[in-house]
Design a protein around this ligand. Structure first.
Ligand SMILES: [Zn+2]
Length: 413
């Protein structure tokens, strides 16, 4: 890797860091389909133009960069996103776009033309409660039902998209991403966990991508006096919720101890703020659950166990418990095997150590893989595993190594 590439990567990252930066929190706000996200896309478009590349946008306002003009033959597509969660970091998505752009520059200088960069819109679910908006729209996975979904300000996804498409030309735009012309898809992304950093390994080869099943569980108990009501005569909603969660977390720990792929999270716990009191037995508690695994069967196994725990607790305590399914998306148990090998070979040729690992978080790569496009995903270490927060950081050196690995992998395809 040359010093010049490293400087270019540093330059892109610092230019993008000027967009959506909140000096009071130190975080970034480039929310899906907002002006800030558009400005970030414009930066990449201008950077690409300065390299002599051609850019196109599609009807979903995704940006595609081609070496010359649009190709109609088998291309290797590299991609990632530039939007952030509220008060997020400047590396989630950015690292992959910047690595992809610089990989493309190196390849085009070697007369390799069958390549394009996709900068997807709206990867994060923060605004519309749905993730991978741009890539899912481009591939026809999202349609009328999804574009009607509104954000908290009652703006629909279709209106938000329309506000960001400054030269709508459906015919050309549709042509910009004809699935038939993509031979394979490669994405680089920060790991968003600390496995690579703790092992001192610069490249992760992602084997599969987890996807969540999510529930909101409501427990209805009975409000009673906290001093006067004997322990045995209570229907304590908070206690029931605590029992359910304690059993679920213990079960998750046991499975993990047996080397099985499962993560379980309850990110939200609420009682009823209008009725709760320090001197009352709780009559209401609501909590979320998010269950993920690379394997659908492992996830279903855990889900069944959780629902059984909930049923048993309800019967045992007399609490009324309602577990409402919020969403279910399927994991990608295995990304493309020959791309795995290609990435590993590229790492060996470059003298870069690598490590096979699953992805806990979802990525646009999952959308392309589900569409049947051979897909490879590589991970870049991030400082202390922090992500979706202002502390998020990946070193330009690691981003540059990812650019090298992307370029070398594509040379070998
Ligand atoms: Zn991301």
């Amino acid at each position: 890797m040359g010093r010049a590439i490293l400087q270019l990567i540093e330059h892109h990252i610092s230019e993008l860091a000027k967009i959506g930066f909140d000096s009071s929190s130190g975080g970034f706000n480039r929310i899906a389909y907002t002006k800030e996200e558009t400005l970030a896309h414009q930066y990449i478009e201008e950077a690409a133009a300065s390299m002599g590349f051609a850019s196109h946008r599609d009807f979903a306002a995704n940006l595609y960069v081609f070496p010359h003009d649009m190709c109609d033959k088998d291309i290797v597509l590299i991609g990632s996103h530039l939007d952030t969660v509220p008060n997020g970091g400047n590396y989630d998505g950015v690292a992959g776009v910047v690595a992809g752009l610089e990989a493309m520059r190196v390849l085009v200088a070697d007369s390799y033309d069958d390549i394009a960069l996709a900068v997807w819109r709206g990867e994060e679910s923060s605004r519309f409660g749905m993730a991978y908006l741009g890539s899912s729209l481009a591939l026809g996975i999202y349609g009328n039902e999804q574009v009607a979904v509104k954000d908290k300000d009652r703006i629909s996804l279709s209106d938000a998209v329309a506000a960001c498409v400054h030269n709508p030309d459906a015919r050309i735009m549709h042509q910009a991403l004809n699935q038939e012309m993509i031979s394979c898809y490669l994405e680089a992304h920060i790991e968003q966990a600390r496995s690579l950093e703790s092992k001192g390994i610069p490249i992760g080869i992602v084997t599969g991508i987890r996807a969540p099943v999510r529930y909101m569980v409501e427990v209805v108990g009975r409000y009673d006096h906290s001093g006067a009501t004997p322990m045995g005569l209570r229907i304590d909603a908070n206690r029931v919720a605590a029992n359910i969660l304690a059993q679920a977390y213990r079960f998750a720990d046991k499975l993990v101890g047996d080397d099985r792929d499962i993560v379980f999270t309850s990110g939200i716990i609420h009682s009823d703020s209008g009725s709760e009191s320090i001197n009352k037995v709780s009559g209401y508690c609501k909590f979320s659950v998010d269950i993920r695994s690379n394997e659908i069967c492992e996830r279903d196994f855990f889900e069944d166990k959780l629902l059984e725990i909930i049923r048993t607790e309800g019967e045992k305590t007399g609490a009324e418990i309602n577990a409402r399914l919020l969403s279910r998306s399927d994991p990608i148990p295995s990304l493309d095997h020959s791309l795995h090998q290609g990435i590993e070979r590229a790492c060996n040729e470059l003298g870069v150590s690598c490590h096979y690992m699953p992805s806990g978080a979802g990525h646009d790569a999952a959308v392309l893989a589900k569409a049947g496009i051979p897909t490879g995903l590589i991970f870049i270490p991030c400082l202390n595993g922090r992500s979706h927060c202002p502390e998020e950081y990946a070193s330009p050196e690691h981003v540059a190594i990812a650019a090298d690995v992307l370029a070398q992998t594509i040379r070998n395809i």
